[in-house]
Each structure stands twice: as structure tokens, then as C-alpha cells.
Write a protein that binds this ligand. Structure first.
Ligand code: 1GP
Length: 251
């Protein structure tokens, strides 16, 4: 099985190097917008494009990824809201299991149904413990997943969930307050979870300012994901990229 990108995640973690991922929701971009994101992403040395969303209605996922792959060298990682969001044109797939919820379909059910398809895609598969944290208002992910998010102040639950995910063999933990969350995940929670696990940790949901991205990195996040704020103001790519990349090594 391919492991090139995962190797990059772990090497960066060991070196204390923080990464920045721009989330592209195929529903919200056209060719012109993608072109702009590629240009700004390349200038800001964005580490990854994550592509996907909890609810993708449009059908141009393949086309969107092919355009990114044709025009830049930034790796494309699928962040699928459902098994239908798998494209062989991407570099890797976050193989998400919603370990913060108790919905068996999102823990294992959909994986079983789509297993042959996913395996034959040839994508690099990254088993990811996906944890939704309450972001102050219902988000698409909390509604669609039909699972209760972890309360924002229950650091111990988040810690134990991440530890269990790691021991079950997950290769990444993705803590997400949900797209457009009113309140992003607290640094205290990030710090406590980071101290409890060895695997790389991705943090997203409601990050709108470079300072918050920087503080999250200092608290122990390895990859910062921003979608919504960049959709509204693409110039933030530069500022958030600079903040993430300037976070102290081995923070
Ligand atoms: C959502 O973590 C991502 O799943 C990004 O969230 O769109 O709020 O940046 P935002």
C-alpha cells in the first residue's frame, strides 16, 4: 500500500514542522475560483489541498481535482463526507471513522460497503480517527452524521477518544469543530489531546484568523485546515500560511 504522503505527515511531525491545508468544497468553486486558489496556494506554499465536504451536491469532484493536479504540485487529499466522494485523481484519502460518535454507519458500515471500490481506487489510504467537537452551533457535519459532537469543554473525553483511536490503529486524528463553526476548538483541548497521542493531529473548523492558527500549532496541532474563511476571503491563504509556517519548531 502507498504511504508517501503519510510518511510526509510523520516526518513533519517528528521535525516539528507544521502544515497548512486549504479545504476546497467542490460545491463552492468553479474553474476560475480553483485557479485563484491554486495561484494563492502555490505562492503561500500551502502543504495540501483537502477536497470534500459533508454534503457535496455537485458532480464535478473529478474535474475539480484534475484541474488542481494539472496546474500545481500541491498534493490533493480527499476529505470525503460520503463514499461517493472518492476520486482516483487525488493523491490520498482520509479514510474517516467517526470515533467521536456512536453511529455505526460512520464508524464501519459505509466502509464495508465501499471497501472494494476504495481499495481499487489506487489511492493512498490514511486511516483517520475523525472527532467532531461542538463548535457552538449545529454544523452540517453534526447534522448529517446524526451523532452528538464531543462537548467543547470536555477535554478528557477528547483525550480518551483520541487515545482509543490511536490504539485501534488509526494513523491520524482529525479534530473538527465543523465547517463554519462559531467557536473553533480550544487550545487547551488541542494541547491535552496532543500530549496523549503520538500520531499526527489535524485541526479544523471555524478558524478564521492567522493568530488562532498559530496558537493551535503551538498547542500541538500538526496540520491546520481552513475552508470557510478562505472561501470568503482568499487573501487569508497568505496570512494563515505564514502564521502556520512560522510556528516554532517542536512546539
Ligand atoms: C471543516 O475542518 C474543516 O470540516 C474546515 O472548517 O470551513 O470552518 O474552515 P472551516
Amino acid at each position: 500500500m502507498k504511504q508517501a504522503l503519510y510518511h510526509q505527515f510523520t516526518t513533519n511531525k517528528r521535525a516539528g514542522k507544521k502544515s497548512f491545508a486549504v479545504l476546497i468544497d467542490p460545491d463552492k468553486v468553479d474553474n476560475v475560483k480553483i485557479e485563484q486558489l491554486i495561484r494563492l496556494g502555490t505562492e503561500a506554499k500551502v502543504d495540501y489541498f483537502f477536497v470534500g465536504g459533508s454534503l457535496v451536491i455537485s458532480t464535478h469532484l473529478d474535474e475539480c481535482i484534475r484541474q488542481i493536479k494539472a496546474d500545481c504540485k500541491i498534493p490533493v487529499v480527499l476529505f470525503p463526507g460520503s463514499p461517493s466522494q472518492v476520486s482516483k485523481y487525488a493523491d490520498a484519502l482520509l479514510y474517516l471513522s467517526l470515533i467521536s460518535g456512536r453511529n455505526p454507519e460512520l464508524l464501519i458500515g459505509q466502509h464495508v460497503i465501499s471497501a472494494p471500490f476504495v481499495k481499487n481506487s489506487g489511492l493512498e489510504i490514511m486511516p483517520t480517527g475523525y472527532m467532531v467537537i461542538d463548535g457552538g452551533a449545529p454544523t452540517t457535519v453534526s447534522y448529517i452524521s446524526n451523532a452528538t459532537p464531543i462537548p467543547a469543554d470536555k477535554n478528557e473525553i477528547a483525550m480518551c477518544t483520541a487515545m482509543a483511536g490511536e490504539m485501534l490503529g488509526m494513523k491520524l486524528i482529525y479534530m473538527d469543530a465543523g465547517s463554519g463553526a462559531k467557536r473553533p476548538i480550544t487550545e487547551t483541548m488541542i494541547e491535552k489531546v496532543a500530549a496523549s497521542i503520538e500520531i499526527p493531529m489535524i485541526i479544523g473548523g471555524g478558524i478564521t484568523e492567522p493568530e488562532k492558527a498559530y496558537r493551535n500549532c503551538k498547542a500541538g496541532a500538526d496540520v491546520i485546515v481552513v475552508g470557510n474563511a478562505i472561501e470568503k476571503d482568499p487573501s487569508l491563504i497568505k496570512e494563515i500560511g505564514a502564521a502556520v509556517h512560522s510556528a516554532p519548531v517542536n512546539a
